[in-house]
Write a protein that binds this ligand. Structure first.
Ligand code: AMP
Length: 278
C-alpha cells in the first residue's frame, strides 16, 4: 500500500493505475462502516484508492474540527489489511493552498435538512469531493447511505459538472442494537450510548406504520418525533423528515420511494440517520 501526501504524486499514480480505479473518500477514524465501503470497492476495482482528510471547509465555526477523532496509524493498518493500493493523506495546504478561492455550491438539494442545520457544510463537502474526484479521476467513487443527503448532493454535482464518475452508494452498517456506526459515536458517554438506539427505533416506527398502510407524511413525522421524545437523553430534535427519496422535497403523501431522515442532539454530538421506504 502506497501512502501519498503530495497531490501531484497522487494524480500521477492514479493516471498510471490499472483500471477500473475505485475511490473511497473518508475523514479517517475508520470503523466497520468505512470498511464495508472499502470491501465492496475492492471487489469491483483493479486499483483501489482511499483518502483520509478531515476537511476543515465542511465544519461550521461552532463545530469541533480540532476535536474530531483522529488515529492515522490505526487507519492505515486497517486500509492495508483491507487491500487498499493507494491512500492519499494530504495536509490542509495540499488541498487548500494559499490563494485557494473556488467553491462548489449545489443548489436546492443542499439547502435542506443537514444543509439547513449546518450552513456551509455541503459547500465544503461538494468542494472537497470535486477536488478529490478531479485529482484522482476514478471510474467509481463509493459513499455510504448513512449520509443520504450527501450522496444525493454528490450525484448532482457529478452530473452537473460532467465529472464522468459512477457514484456507488453502499448500505448503512449498524451495531447489533441498530445504532448506525459513526466516527462521532466516540463522543457518546456510556449512558448516551445506551440511549442512542432510540434513533433507529424511531425510524423503524415509521417503517412499521408505512408497512401497515400509513401514507400521510405528517403522521409519519409525528410518530417518529414521539418515539424520539420517549428518550429523555434526546436533548433536541433538529429535524424529522419524510421526503421524496430523489429530490428530498418534504412529502404530504408517500406515493413513491421516500427517505425518512432525522438529526437529534444526544449529548455533545448530533446523530443523524435515515431509512428508505420503498
Ligand atoms: P466520514 O469519514 O464520516 O466522512 O465517512 C466516509 C464515508 O463512509 C462516507 O461516504 C460515509 O457515508 C460512509 N459511512 C460512514 N458511516 C457509515 C456507516 N455506518 N455505514 C456505511 N457507510 C458509512
Amino acid at each position: 500500500m502506497r501512502v501519498v501526501t503530495d497531490r501531484q504524486e497522487m494524480a500521477q499514480l492514479c493516471r498510471e493505475a490499472r483500471r477500473p480505479l475505485g475511490l473511497v473518500p473518508t475523514m479517517g477514524a475508520l470503523h466497520r462502516g468505512h470498511l464495508a465501503l472499502v470491501e465492496q470497492a475492492r471487489r469491483e476495482s483493479a486499483t483501489l484508492a482511499a483518502t483520509i482528510f478531515v476537511n476543515p471547509a465542511q465544519f461550521g465555526p461552532q463545530e469541533d474540527l480540532a476535536g474530531y477523532p483522529r488515529d492515522l496509524e490505526h487507519d492505515l493498518e486497517l486500509l492495508k489489511s483491507a487491500g487498499v493500493d493507494l491512500v492519499y493523506v494530504p495536509a490542509v495546504e495540499q488541498v487548500y493552498p494559499p490563494g485557494f478561492d473556488t467553491w462548489v455550491e449545489v443548489g436546492r438539494l443542499a439547502s435542506r435538512l443537514e444543509g439547513a442545520r449546518r450552513p456551509g457544510h455541503f459547500r465544503g463537502v461538494a468542494t472537497v469531493v470535486t477536488k478529490l474526484l478531479s485529482l484522482t479521476r476514478p471510474d467509481r467513487a463509493y459513499f455510504g447511505q448513512k449520509d443520504a443527503q450527501q450522496t444525493r448532493v454528490i450525484k448532482q454535482l457529478v452530473r452537473d459538472l460532467d465529472l464522468g464518475v459512477e457514484v456507488v452508494v453502499a448500505p448503512t452498517v449498524r451495531e447489533p442494537d441498530g445504532l448506525a456506526l459513526s466516527s462521532r459515536n466516540a463522543y457518546l458517554t456510556t449512558e448516551q450510548r445506551r440511549a442512542a438506539p432510540v434513533v433507529y427505533r424511531a425510524l423503524c416506527r415509521a417503517e412499521q406504520l408505512w408497512q401497515r398502510g400509513e401514507r400521510e407524511g405528517g403522521r409519519l413525522r409525528r410518530e417518529v418525533r414521539m418515539a424520539l421524545q420517549s428518550e429523555r437523553l434526546v436533548e433536541e430534535i433538529d429535524y424529522v423528515s419524510v421526503a421524496d427519496a430523489a429530490t428530498l422535497e418534504e412529502l404530504d403523501r408517500v406515493a413513491g420511494p421516500a427517505l425518512v431522515s432525522l438529526a437529534v442532539k444526544l449529548g455533545a454530538p448530533h446523530l443523524i440517520d435515515n431509512i428508505t421506504l420503498e
